[in-house]
Design a binder for this molecule. Structure first.
Ligand SMILES: [Zn+2]
Length: 495
């Protein structure tokens, strides 16, 4: 490589090494294009690494509560205790956290503990008091305040955390910038050289620019605009692709449903483990149509969150309508997550050239027999969930991202190769391509990154073993040996 770019690629003997070149021997390792997590919440992840208690890997509800209690002890009385990452489906208790669980830990701190999906939060009584959530509070549009048999709120909010968030002290700009620094270093350790930040407003954009100016931002960012700002981007005349190869304005991000974990992904048929619900739409279909049309007319790419088959149907209809309204050839409109799919929807996705932006690690986390997906969907419908093999066989460009659950591309690759539904497995090479070239495609950048080829940016991840020689089930044990961005070694395991 020379400067920021790759000069030549091939086997050792094929490439003459110029005098004075630095040579690194990586025999027995795997040289991959820098991994691109096309959907995560990078800024949010970094800030959370600084200010919250992460209860993601706790073995039980009891253990999680113990960690929260400890955090409360370290927190000044009256200040909020914030937790993230809880996944009740991994606990023997297998239930959401309620106010009763939290109230016994501390009555002096308001608490908000966010489920791993981000769509469900658990509050203690003090937090509900502050946010004025009582037995008379009505469910907002697209959300649900869970209530017990006594009619009192249980502390569980589904898809309406915004009822509480205004009462939590806002994240400062310094915290955002520091968060990006922490997130960026974390990403490099995992071989990730580019990310798609799936939905930010003005504060987020500002933080990215500051972090870039200070030299903190080392991973390339494709920043999707959330609902609060995408209208302003039209006023500014800014659209998808504006920026440089470090920071770029990405798609317009819209949310159509919730998550399977929170029973809020919108399905055609009821949930198997809760037949009273089919999930929720975050907005009426007409509103989605209108927002999608405006973004598309502005020249933006769309990135619409839809997990359940019903929400996906609405999104496909919307995209189809905007393309009729104003045809555009290379739109690369994306459906974020795009999980529970019917055969007809796969056909339409192919015809319309939609890019499913899926999370292979979700499969690793929740798709094994008897686990969360099967509980929610039942055995038969679960087979339609995350059908990577069919999507690739149809010639659809699938892009991989983690959504931060966990943020770790190698784990995602392992999950796709070892999909618990055998018919949906893909090969190692295919999985790597989804996490590199296809992710570059999903941000209109495959001309200059996403593969190790002369002329492309020298973003490289070196993995500490030969991935093609190890049993597929062992891929997740592989570690990143070295990460380069624009030809510079920014992470080295040995250093
Ligand atoms: Zn997301």
């Amino acid at each position: 490589m020379k400067g920021d770019y790759i000069l030549a690629a091939g086997k050792k003997k094929e490439i003459p090494i110029p005098d004075g070149a630095e040579v690194y021997d990586v025999t027995g390792m795997t040289v991959l294009p820098g991994l691109i997590d096309s959907h995560c919440h990078f800024l949010w992840m970094g800030v959370n690494m600084i200010r919250t208690v992460n209860i993601r890997d706790t073995p039980s509800l009891k253990a999680a509560l113990e960690k929260i209690k400890q955090k409360a002890k370290e927190t000044k009385k009256g200040d909020w205790v914030l937790g993230i990452g809880y996944d009740e489906s991994k606990w023997p208790e297998n239930r959401y956290i309620t106010k009763n669980d939290l109230d016994v830990l501390s009555m002096d701190h308001p608490m908000m503990i966010t489920r791993i999906c981000g769509h469900l939060v658990s509050l203690n009584t003090k937090a509900m008091k502050i946010a004025d959530i009582t037995h008379t509070t009505l469910d907002p549009q697209g959300g649900k305040i869970d209530k017990g048999k006594d009619g009192e709120p249980t502390g569980i909010l589904k898809d309406c955390r915004y009822l509480v968030e205004p009462y939590i002290p806002a994240v400062t700009e310094e915290m955002n910038v520091e968060g990006l620094k922490v997130a960026s270093d974390h990403a490099l350790r995992l071989g990730c050289t580019s990310i798609g930040d799936a939905g930010l407003g003005a504060d987020g954009l500002r933080a990215y620019q500051t972090a870039f100016d200070k030299g903190y931002l080392k991973t390339r960012a494709y920043i999707m605009l959330n609902d609060t700002v995408h209208k302003h981007s039209y006023d500014l005349g800014v659209r998808t692709g504006f920026g440089n190869d470090m920071i770029k304005i990405g798609a317009t991000k819209l949310l159509m449903d919730g998550s399977l974990g929170a029973h809020t992904a919108a399905l055609f048929e009821p949930y198997t483990d809760d037949p009273a619900t089919k999930g929720l739409l975050r907005m009426p279909e007409e509103e989605l149509d209108e927002k999608a049309k405006n973004a598309h007319r502005n020249g933006n790419q769309l990135a619409i969150h839809a997990i359940g088959d019903y929400a996906i149907e609405c999104v496909i209809n919307s995209i189809s309508a905007v393309l009729k309204d104003k045809p555009r050839k290379d739109h690369r409109h994306r459906i974020e997550h795009c999980e529970v799919l019917t055969a007809n929807q796969i056909e339409r996705i192919k015809e319309l050239g939609i890019v499913p932006a899926v999370q292979p690690n979700f499969v690793g986390e929740w798709a094994s027999p008897g686990s969360m997906y099967e509980q929610r969907l039942g055995e038969e419908r679960n087979k339609l969930n995350n059908p990577f093999r069919v999507l690739l066989d149809e010639g659809i460009t699938v892009t991989f991202g983690s959504d931060g659950m966990p943020f770790n591309p190698i784990y995602g690759i392992w999950s796709a190769v070892n999909h618990s539904i055998k018919e949906s497995r893909i090969s190692l090479v295919e999985a790597v391509k989804c996490y590199t070239f296809n992710s570059a495609y999903a941000s209109f950048e495959e001309d200059f990154k996403g593969s190790v080829e002369p002329g492309k940016l020298a973003d490289i991840a070196v993995i500490d073993r030969d991935l093609t020689e190890i049993p597929p089930e062992n891929i997740r044990e592989a570690k990143v040996y070295m990460t380069l961005v624009a030809g510079k070694i920014l992470y080295h395991k040995g250093l």
